[in-house]
Design a protein around this ligand. Structure first.
Ligand SMILES: [Zn+2]
Length: 147
């Protein structure tokens, strides 16, 4: 699994999984105030994401934010895109790229105990722009939601 895919998977975990009740795990290089601390601690405790021998998480320091210039490189070579991003700007970018290239993609979103999915099969189903022509105003990323 490539580095970008690991980060996308972690972003998806952070959005789709509830924070574990006991997130007391200490990871030296992940601050307990970091928004995804409890999800990272949980994922490592389950063995989904290995810690290094010294107990550090060592997340990818040069994480790449998806944008129009790197979309081809990051998601252009896939047969399907599973989106667990936390903001509409990224979802619309994925939508426009995937639809223009005929790549099926699945939009997934969740906050707290509810969520939704929207499979987009270019040429066969509605896409995100069919639902709303532009990015909804006033939307907040899930990391800013407080429950
Ligand atoms: Zn459409």
């Amino acid at each position: 699994m490539g580095r970008s895919r690991v980060l996308l998977a972690l972003a998806a975990l952070a959005c789709f999984l509830p924070a574990p009740a006991s997130a007391a795990t200490t990871i030296p290089d992940v601050s307990s105030s970091f928004w995804a601390h409890s999800q990272i601690a949980w994922a490592t405790s389950q063995g989904w994401v290995p810690l290094r021998a010294n107990g550090t998480f060592a997340p990818k320091r040069d994480a790449t934010r998806l944008n129009a210039a790197n979309a081809l490189e990051l998601i252009g070579g896939y047969d399907v895109v599973l989106d667990g991003s936390d903001n509409f700007e990224t979802r619309y970018l994925i939508n426009d790229f995937a639809v223009s290239r005929g790549i099926p993609w699945i939009y997934g979103a969740a906050v707290a105990a509810y969520g939704l999915t929207m499979p987009v099969i270019p040429g066969r189903t509605a896409c995100l722009r069919c639902v709303s022509r532009s990015v909804p105003q006033g939307s907040r990323p899930c990391a800013s939601a407080r429950w």
